[in-house]
Design a protein around this ligand. Structure first.
Ligand code: SF4
Length: 396
């Protein structure tokens, strides 16, 4: 289906002809048009609301429109998502019984082929980051007292109207829980893994925000729905490194650094020993080479060993019954807003550097690129399943 030419920056905003037939009633209706158009693609029997989808809708309805209504996704996976997924897969493999070293090697094998669009050096560095973060995690938590009961457990449950108790005929809630575990004191909890690019120290804003994160409530409700009476979520957060490959001094056969003058001649001190430091004012430069990804990996692992709390934090985030009730009311409200946007074909933009700065659709949205439903713009693909995370990575 093609959008009205005037509506490139306001999808579905153009006036449309009368539908041939209107299907459904109650909380959702679906219009069928003479030319086969309908208001939104259906990818599953029910329309699935995941925590990721709901977060996208809260962040920016227009972003939600591109991703979940049109099914668009960039062909090139953003670096942060790719690294997080690989790290997550390594932990999953280990929980499923794969030895630590083999789990790391299997994940690293995913980096064996360098995609056309990737910088080969950066690709190898990312592989090292995943390897060393996994090694550090296995070392840090190798002796914890946690009993794993479920791994990568998918769930689906009804979306319930909090006032009437009736289930939505349109939406279901779905997701995947990383693990359900029994803590040393016998309590059951959901274990969730995250990778973060910000400070995760106990007094950081990261944990403050998490206390109000609706995703926590969804995990608790989901675990109960599949038979585990949990009251808390154990968050296991790994911070991505802030150190990167650096310039390393080149050493001569005696292990001394090499400093050259402007003419390319080696500089010696008055005592005849090779000079060991540069001097810009005299044009003397220290000879260096870029650290190899493998050497960087060794340095990163050393850093992890020196300050593990900088890289890894685990904390419980509890939920009260009142929080859960409030969450269910918010879910229903969000679903109603989604339907309203869909009915009226209006998905407003939430333009802000915090939203647009990381938006994969910014090139389309901010430049008012015309998008035709069913046709992927350059650099994008149309997903056959808009929730690939629900089926990804099954099995050891
Ligand atoms: S660029 Fe900004 S306004 Fe547009 S879809 Fe992305 S987040 Fe929303």
């Amino acid at each position: 289906m093609s959008h009205c030419p005037k509506s490139t920056h306001q999808p579905h905003a153009c006036p449309v002809s009368q539908p041939l037939v209107r299907l459904g009633q109650g909380d959702y209706t679906r219009d069928i048009y003479p030319d086969g158009r309908h208001q939104a693609p259906r990818h599953r029997e029910h329309d699935t609301l995941t925590a990721t989808r709901l977060a996208t809708l809260r962040r920016c309805p227009r972003q939600h429109y591109y991703r979940y209504e049109l099914g668009l996704s960039r062909i090139r996976t953003p670096d942060a998502l790719r690294l997080g997924a690989a790290f997550h897969r390594g932990l999953e493999l280990h929980h499923l019984g794969v030895e630590e070293a083999e789990a790391i090697d299997r994940v690293a094998a995913g980096y064996a082929d360098v995609p056309d669009w990737a910088d080969p050096f950066a690709w190898r560095v990312e592989c090292e980051v995943v390897r060393q973060l996994l090694a550090g995690h296995f070392w840090r938590y190798g002796d914890d007292d946690i009993e794993i009961l479920e791994v990568e457990r998918t769930f689906e449950m009804p979306l319930v109207n909090p006032e009437t108790g009736a289930s939505s005929r349109t939406f279901v809630l779905a997701g995947k829980i990383d693990a359900i575990v029994r803590l040393a004191d016998g309590r059951l909890t959901v274990l969730e893994y995250k990778t973060a690019g910000e400070d995760i120290a106990p007094d950081s804003d990261y944990w403050l925000r998490l206390r109000g994160d609706p995703q926590i409530s969804q995990y608790v409700l989901a675990a109960r729905a599949i038979g585990y009476d949990v009251a808390t979520v154990l968050y296991d957060v790994t911070r991505k490194p802030t150190i990167s490959p650096s310039q390393i001094p080149i050493l001569d056969d005696n292990g001394c650094k090499i400093v050259l003058d402007a003419a390319g001649k080696r500089v010696f001190n008055q005592n005849g020993k090779p000079r060991q430091s540069a001097d810009k004012s005299k044009g003397w430069t220290l000879q260096t080479h870029l650290e190899t990804p493998e050497d960087y990996g060794v340095r990163l692992l050393t850093d992890i060993g020196d300050r593990p709390d900088y890289y890894y934090q685990r904390r419980e985030v509890p939920r009260l019954e009142d929080d859960l009730a409030e969450f269910q009311a918010e879910l229903w409200q969000q679903a109603k807003q989604l339907l309203d946007s869909r009915r009226h074909g209006r998905w407003f933009c939430n333009v802000h550097r915090f939203t647009c700065g990381t938006c994969e659709f910014a090139d389309l949205c901010l430049q008012s690129v015309h998008v035709t439903q069913g046709q992927a713009p350059a650099g994008f693909q149309i997903l056959s399943d808009v929730h690939p995370e629900l089926s990804r990575g099954d099995g050891p």
